[in-house]
Design a protein around this ligand. Structure first.
Ligand code: RAM
Length: 541
């Protein structure tokens, strides 16, 4: 207890010493700019294209597939009494508001009608029971809605925004005869442009991966870059970073990136740390949950945004936020140049990946160096090097220590933690930080591929950094192989949009103890489109 109090006190003192003061007036101004950059949504009316049966198939993703069946025309006129498990296929992943029209069939309706709708991103979600629910997140993320209709005819819009490809309808219990005469979705996205087509010679699977990636991004681009339109429906810094990279090479909505940067700035915590995620409604507010790596990534997003747009005014305006993020890691830098990751882990959420086996020491060390380097580059572009004059020295100290203590020369890989764990994440972050020379990095990836106990990424988020690092050290074919096997693996399993978590040999993995609550359209999985379009010489041939 005493130790905890001391830790808390030292944390508070450290933040007070280092935190930049942000006045409420300043934050309000930033929120106003965020508000002024809110995109309009494009609304498109979408109708189901087919009825489907969800049938068991061991070879299909999560054991279920959707098989089209005839009869959509009759569906609209059918007596719906007693009908269960009617599944409508909208043909693509969509996000928006569902409306339907109910009419009498033969007789005047003399009693209420109860309908249960289930909106599913995957076939399994459309057939497996949601209860008993064992997940650690709220049960209500699962998209089932019961609607009771007391007056007929009626046109009803389900109030909740939903995200799905399949809509299942179950008529609940005894009721009068009636028919559903229309059902549609007002689909929304803030995407307004069509990206340029890939070279005609691009391999079919790459084209397919690009298409699914673009769909994923399009669905997540609403009035912010959401992480997932089904769940969590909010703006996270890690997701923002990957979405803005992909957006740059596809939909080119720079003002959405600007809006998101300003939202985080306007909602910065009193200790000067940007919060990992924010909600837009009912009014912009952060989720207070200090996340080490995400706070640092904010700086990199601003640097990338400036490079992309040349919007120097925004970069200057938000510079104090960047400067403030430089501060908090310093407290953990030890004499020997290694970050005290154990202490950091006690005081912060260190994320990096959903694979809980991952030892995060090397990732953390690498991420701090990488963010510091990016921050310094940004400072140079703004002529503000003198305001972060300590960064080159810190980068040097951290990099030398990382190389000295985390590089295992004999095995030719980077290790992490007391147990000297060898993971793809560690190799990626040691490369991206520049701790590994190009030669060491390339060898590390080749060597880890031969190891049996290597720790693999647990989600597309970490796979992104692995691919990025491989390209960085010239392993072009290997990078392409990862995109083809990992994202291509999802595409082959008929993903309409890429998933929040995907472990090739286990379709049921979930960070939340219930795979149905996973998000199957998740922003951080959209980056193949970034790689494919940024490096046509690797991917488009
Ligand atoms: C989950 C979401 C989100 C991610 C955070 C760390 O809640 O999947 O995308 O950024 O975790």
């Amino acid at each position: 207890m005493k130790k905890l109090i001391i830790n808390l006190l030292s944390l508070i003192i450290c933040f007070q010493l280092s935190a930049q003061d942000f006045t409420q007036a300043q934050k309000d101004k930033w929120l106003e700019i965020a508000e002024a950059n809110t995109p309009s949504l494009v609304v498109c009316k979408k109708k189901p294209i087919s009825l489907v049966t969800i049938s068991e198939d061991k070879s299909a993703f999560q054991g279920y597939k959707a098989v089209p069946k005839p009869g959509l025309e009759n569906f609209y006129g059918n007596d719906m009494r007693g009908q269960t498990e009617t599944v409508l296929d909208f043909g693509e992943h969509l996000t928006g508001f569902v409306s339907f029209k109910i009419d009498e069939k033969k007789h005047a309706v003399d009693a209420p009608i109860r309908l249960k709708f289930t909106f599913a991103e995957t076939p399994a979600e459309a057939t497996l029971p949601f209860d008993p629910y064992t997940g650690s997140l709220g049960r209500a993320w699962l998209q089932d809605e019961v609607v009771t209709i007391t007056e007929v005819p009626a046109t009803i819009t389900i109030p909740r925004r939903v995200s799905f490809r399949y809509a299942r309808i179950d008529v609940m219990g005894k009721c009068p005869d009636f028919k559903i005469s229309e059902i549609h979705l007002d689909a929304t996205t803030s995407v307004k442009v069509k990206p340029v087509p890939l070279a005609a010679s691009t391999p079919a699977l790459i084209k397919d991966i690009d298409k699914v990636a673009l769909n994923t991004l399009k669905e997540c681009m609403q009035t912010v870059y959401e992480d997932g339109p089904k769940r969590d429906r909010r703006l996270w810094i890690g997701d923002l970073y990957l979405e803005m990279l992909a957006n740059r090479y596809s939909f080119k909505n720079d003002s959405l990136t600007k809006r998101c940067l300003y939202l985080f700035a306007g909602l910065i915590y009193t200790d000067g740390v940007v919060q990992p995620c924010v909600f837009e409604r009912p009014k912009p507010h952060p989720q207070i949950n200090h996340l080490f790596d995400y706070a640092l990534i904010y700086n990199v997003v601003l640097k990338e945004y400036l490079e992309d747009t040349g919007d120097i005014e925004t970069a200057n305006d938000l510079w104090p936020v960047v400067k403030s993020q430089v501060q908090f890691p310093k407290k953990y830098i030890q004499e020997n140049g290694l970050i005290d990751y154990i202490q950091a882990d006690k005081e912060w959420w260190l994320f990096f990946d959903w694979n809980r086996e991952l030892d995060k020491q090397a990732c953390l060390q690498g991420c701090v160096i990488w963010a510091y380097k990016n921050t310094y580059e940004l400072a140079k572009k703004l002529g503000k090097e003198d305001e972060v004059a300590e960064l080159p020295g810190l980068i040097d100290k951290l990099s030398k220590a990382a190389h000295k203590y985390l590089y295992d020369k004999k095995q030719g890989v980077f290790v992490s933690g007391d147990k000297k764990q060898i993971s793809y994440g560690s190799q990626a972050w040691m490369v991206l930080s520049g701790v590994a020379s190009k030669k060491e990095g390339a060898e590390a990836f080749k060597n880890i591929a031969k190891l049996e106990n290597a720790v693999y990424p647990g989600a597309p988020y970490m796979y992104h950094y692995v691919v990025d690092a491989m390209i960085n050290v010239g392993l072009k074919q290997e990078a392409k192989d990862v995109v083809v096997s990992y994202w291509g693996g999802m595409a082959k399993k008929r993903a309409d949009t890429f998933w929040e978590v995907y472990v090739p040999d286990n379709d049921f993995v979930s960070p939340y103890g219930a795979f149905l609550v996973n998000s199957y359209c998740h922003a951080w999985a959209c980056t193949p489109t970034y790689f494919i379009r940024k490096y046509p010489e690797i991917f488009q041939k």
